[in-house]
Design a protein around this ligand. Structure first.
Ligand code: ADP
Ligand code: MG
Length: 698
C-alpha cells in the first residue's frame, strides 16, 4: 500500500518545498510577488531557479520547459536540458532566473488568427507564478502564459487570468458594501468532470478515422448500444481499474486532486472528477489529466478517446464545469447563508448570475461551440443549444415572492414575511437535480454542462468570469451610490430578477415544448458553431471584453478567426479521411465480397448439371452492386465539395460552406457505407465494427 499523502504533490515544486528550500527572505519576497501578481525581480528569480533546478535534478529531471496553452486547445512544450559546458570539456547543470521567468519560443507555427504578422515570429512565455512548476517525464515544466512580441495574448491562460482579476475586482466592491473587510481577494473555483472512452488499442490502430479525426466517420449501429443502461456506475473491469489506479497515482504525484471515477452511460465510457480548485489551476490540471489519460491508456493497451462524439448512436463525452466564487477567507459566495443579511448577499450574487447569463447567453453558447461539440448539443444526450438556467423550485419561489411582494412559505417550518428590508432565510441544499439543464445550480455552485470533452476549460470560464464581473460591476455602480442600502438592494434584486427571469427554466430541456417556449421568451437558439461564433465579434461582446481588460479588440478578432478556421479544418480533415477510407479500404472490400459471390454463382451454375437456387447470392450481389453505384455518386459528390471548398471565401462563408455542403455530403456518404457494412461479409469488412470497438475491453 502506497502512502498517498506522501505521494501527493511529490513531483510539484509547491509551497512546502519552497518553504523548505528557499532562504526565508527569498521565500517571503516570492510569495508576495505571487500574491500581488507582480514581476519577479531577477535576483529573486535566480535563487528560485537554482533551488528549483536542484530539486528537479534530485528527482531525476534533466530538462526544463516552458509549458503553455496555445490556441490549439492543447499544451505545448519545448525541452531544453540543464546542461551547460565547462572549460574542461564537461558539463554542469544550470538553470537561471532569466530562463525561469521568460522564454522566447518561435510563435510562428501556433495559431494566431492574424495577430502576429509573419515577419514577427517571436513570442514570449512568461511564468505564471500562481501555478506551481512540476516534473513530467523527466522534464521540469514551468506553467507559463504565452504572448506576442507586442504583448497580445496568444494563449488561453492570459485572458483567463485577466478574467479572474475582473471578477476579483468587481466582487470585492460588492463585498465591501456588505461590510466585509476581511476578504482580500475573490477567486473563482472550478471542478471539471472529465468524460472519456477507452477502447482496445489494436482496434483503434485499425481505424484511420479515429487516428486522424478522433471519431468514427463510419460504423453501423451495433446490436446492443446503451439501451439497457447497464454500464452507468457499473462494476469497473479489472483492466480498466488498473488503468484508473495508475492514472490516479500519476495525477496525485502532480498535485491533481483526482477524486471520483466511475463508468459512464455509454459502453466503454468513463468519468474522472477532481476536487475543485482555483480556475487557473483547475485549467492546468485538466490539461494534464487529459494528457495523462492518453499516455497511461496507451501503456495499458488502450486508446483513450477524448472526442465529443467518437461513436454515433451512443452518448458522446462532455465536461461538466462546476463553478463557484469564493473569498480568500474560504467563504463560498454562492452558498446560501445563515442570516438574512448573508442571504441577501447570496441572492444578489444569484441574480447577478441570472442577469449575466441572460444578457450574454450567446457568449455562453459560443464558449461551448466546436465542430465536434455540434454533434452533441441539441441531441438528446447533452444540453440543447439554448442557454437556460436551472435554480430549483425553492429558489424560484423565493425570487417569485420577492418579485410579487408576497410572502414566501418555506417548505420547512418557517413562514417568512418578505419585507423590503429583509430578504428571507431559507433551507440550504434545497435544489433538486436537473440533468438536462445547460447551467444548473447545485446547492453552492453552478454546473455548466455544455462543454465538450476535449475542451480547454479556459474558454468557457473566461466568458463566465467576465460576464459575472460585468453584472457585479453594474450592481456595484448602483449600490455604491445608494443612500439606503437595504432598500436599494432589495429593489435591485427584485428588478433584476424581473428583467431576466426568462432565462430560468426548471423543466426538461430535452423536450420539444421547451424549444417552442424558449423561442416565445426570446431566447437564442444558435444551433451550430457557425451560427454562434459571429456573436463573438459583435460590438456588445467586444465592449464587454475590452471594458474588463480580458481581450483587446484585435484579440477577439483573432480568436474568432482561429475558431472559425479550426471548424473548417476539422471538417476538411474528416472529409479527406472519409474519401481515403472509402477508396482505399471500403470499395476494395466490397469488391472482394462481390468477387466471392460471383465465383460461387459461377461454380453453382457450372456444377455438373444440377440446378441450384441462387437467390441468396443474387440478392446480396444485387444489393451490394446497387449500393456501390450510390456509393460512387456520394463519393464523387463529397470529392467535388472538397474541391469547391478551396475557393476563396470570407471565413464565415467558408465555415457555412463546410457545414452546409461538406458535412451534408459526408453524412450522405456515411449512410451508404453503414448500409454496406450490414451486407458485406464480416471477414471482408476492412475496419473494426462498433461492437468490436465498444465491447473490445473485457
Ligand atoms: P455532483 O455533481 O454529483 O453533485 P459533487 O457535488 O461532488 O458531485 O461535485 C462535482 C464537482 O464539483 C467536483 O469536481 C467538486 O469538486 C466540484 N465542486 C464542489 N464544490 C465546488 C465549488 N465551490 N466550486 C467549484 N467546484 C466545486
Ligand atoms: Mg455533476
Amino acid at each position: 500500500m502506497k502512502n498517498i499523502p506522501e505521494l501527493f504533490g511529490s513531483m510539484v515544486f509547491n509551497d512546502p518545498v519552497m518553504k523548505q528550500r528557499l532562504p526565508k527572505d527569498i521565500y517571503r519576497a516570492f510569495i508576495k510577488t505571487m500574491q500581488q501578481g507582480k514581476h519577479l525581480e531577477l535576483d529573486i528569480a535566480n535563487v528560485v531557479a537554482s533551488a528549483m533546478k536542484e530539486w528537479a535534478v534530485e528527482k531525476g529531471a534533466t530538462h526544463f520547459t516552458h509549458w503553455f496553452q496555445p490556441m490549439t486547445g492543447t499544451t505545448a512544450e519545448k525541452h531544453d536540458s540543464f546542461i551547460s559546458p565547462t572549460n574542461d570539456g564537461k558539463v554542469i547543470m544550470e538553470f537561471s532566473g532569466k530562463e525561469l521567468v521568460r522564454g522566447e519560443p518561435d510563435a510562428s507555427s501556433f495559431p494566431s488568427g492574424g495577430l502576429r504578422a509573419t515577419f514577427e515570429a517571436r513570442g514570449y512565455t512568461v511564468w505564471d507564478t500562481t501555478s506551481y512548476a512540476f516534473i513530467k517525464n523527466g522534464t521540469l515544466c514551468i506553467p507559463t502564459a504565452f504572448c506576442s512580441y507586442s504583448g497580445e495574448a496568444l494563449d488561453k491562460k492570459t485572458p483567463l487570468l485577466r478574467s479572474m482579476e475582473a471578477v476579483d475586482k468587481q466582487a470585492l466592491r460588492i463585498l465591501k458594501l456588505f461590510g466585509n473587510t476581511t476578504a482580500q481577494r475573490v477567486i473563482t473555483t472550478v471542478g471539471p468532470e472529465q468524460e472519456y472512452f477507452l477502447i482496445d488499442k489494436e482496434a483503434f490502430l485499425k481505424r484511420p478515422d479515429l487516428i486522424y479525426t478522433g471519431r468514427t466517420l463510419f460504423g453501423a449501429r451495433p446490436p446492443k448500444g446503451q439501451e439497457l443502461e447497464d454500464h452507468y456506475f457499473g462494476c469497473i473491469k479489472p483492466r480498466v481499474s488498473d488503468f484508473m489506479k495508475e492514472l490516479d497515482e500519476e495525477l496525485w504525484k502532480l498535485g491533481v486532486y483526482a477524486k471520483t471515477k466511475h463508468n459512464e452511460v455509454a459502453p466503454a465510457q468513463h468519468e474522472l472528477a477532481p476536487v475543485f480548485s482555483t480556475t487557473n489551476i483547475a485549467t492546468d490540471h485538466n490539461q494534464i489529466t487529459m494528457e495523462l489519460m492518453k499516455t497511461i491508456a496507451n501503456k495499458h493497451g488502450f486508446a483513450c478517446l477524448l472526442h465529443e462524439k467518437p461513436f454515433a448512436g451512443v452518448n458522446g463525452s462532455g465536461k461538466h464545469n462546476n463553478w463557484s466564487i469564493s473569498t480568500d477567507t474560504g467563504l463560498n459566495l454562492l452558498e446560501p447563508g445563515d442570516t438574512p443579511q448573508d442571504n441577501a448577499q447570496f441572492l444578489l450574487f444569484l441574480v447577478a448570475l441570472i442577469k449575466a447569463i441572460d444578457e450574454y447567453q450567446d457568449l455562453m453558447r459560443l464558449s461551448a461551440a466546436s465542430a465536434a461539440n455540434d454533434h452533441r448539443l441539441g441531441a438528446n444526450e447533452a444540453p440543447p443549444a439554448i442557454i437556460s438556467m436551472f435554480i430549483g423550485d425553492e429558489l424560484k419561489e423565493i425570487l417569485d415572492a420577492i418579485e410579487g411582494g408576497t410572502a414566501y412559505k418555506g417548505k420547512e417550518k418557517h413562514d417568512m414575511e418578505i419585507g423590503v428590508m429583509v430578504l428571507p432565510n431559507f433551507p440550504k441544499d434545497s435544489t433538486d437535480r436537473n440533468r438536462t439543464s445547460p447551467f444548473a445550480f447545485t446547492g453552492n455552485k453552478f454546473e455548466f454542462r455544455m462543454l465538450g470533452s476535449t475542451f480547454s476549460i479556459a474558454g468557457p470560464n473566461i466568458v463566465l468570469n467576465t460576464i459575472t464581473a460585468e453584472a457585479l460591476c453594474q450592481f456595484a455602480d448602483i449600490l455604491e451610490k445608494s443612500g439606503d442600502f437595504n432598500t436599494d438592494l432589495a429593489a435591485l434584486v427584485k428588478k433584476t430578477y424581473s428583467e431576466h427571469k426568462r432565462i430560468i427554466f426548471n423543466g426538461n430541456n430535452y423536450s420539444e415544448e421547451w424549444v417552442a417556449e424558449a423561442q416565445k421568451r426570446g431566447l437564442s437558439n444558435l444551433k451550430t458553431t457557425v451560427d454562434a461564433l459571429p456573436k463573438f465579434i459583435e460590438k456588445k461582446s467586444i465592449d464587454l471584453f475590452t471594458k474588463h481588460h480580458v481581450f483587446t479588440e484585435s484579440e477577439v478578432n483573432s480568436r474568432y478567426e482561429i475558431m472559425m478556421e479550426s471548424y473548417c479544418k476539422t471538417l476538411h480533415i474528416e472529409a479527406l479521411t472519409m474519401v481515403d477510407m472509402v477508396k482505399g479500404a471500403i470499395i476494395p472490400s466490397c469488391m472482394d465480397y462481390q468477387r466471392e459471390l460471383i465465383d460461387l454463382l459461377r461454380q453453382k451454375k457450372a456444377y455438373g448439371g444440377v440446378s441450384f437456387d441462387c437467390s441468396l447470392e443474387e440478392h446480396f450481389l444485387n444489393s451490394i452492386t446497387k449500393l456501390s453505384a450510390c456509393l460512387l455518386k456520394k463519393l464523387t459528390a463529397l470529392e467535388s465539395a472538397v474541391l469547391e471548398s478551396s475557393q476563396e471565401r470570407e471565413i464565415l462563408a467558408q465555415a457555412a460552406f463546410y457545414r452546409d455542403n461538406i458535412f451534408t455530403a459526408m453524412s450522405e456518404l456515411r449512410l451508404i457505407v453503414d448500409e454496406l457494412e450490414t451486407l458485406v461479409a464480416r471477414k471482408h469488412w476492412p475496419i473494426p465494427t462498433y461492437a468490436e470497438m465498444l465491447y473490445s475491453v473485457i
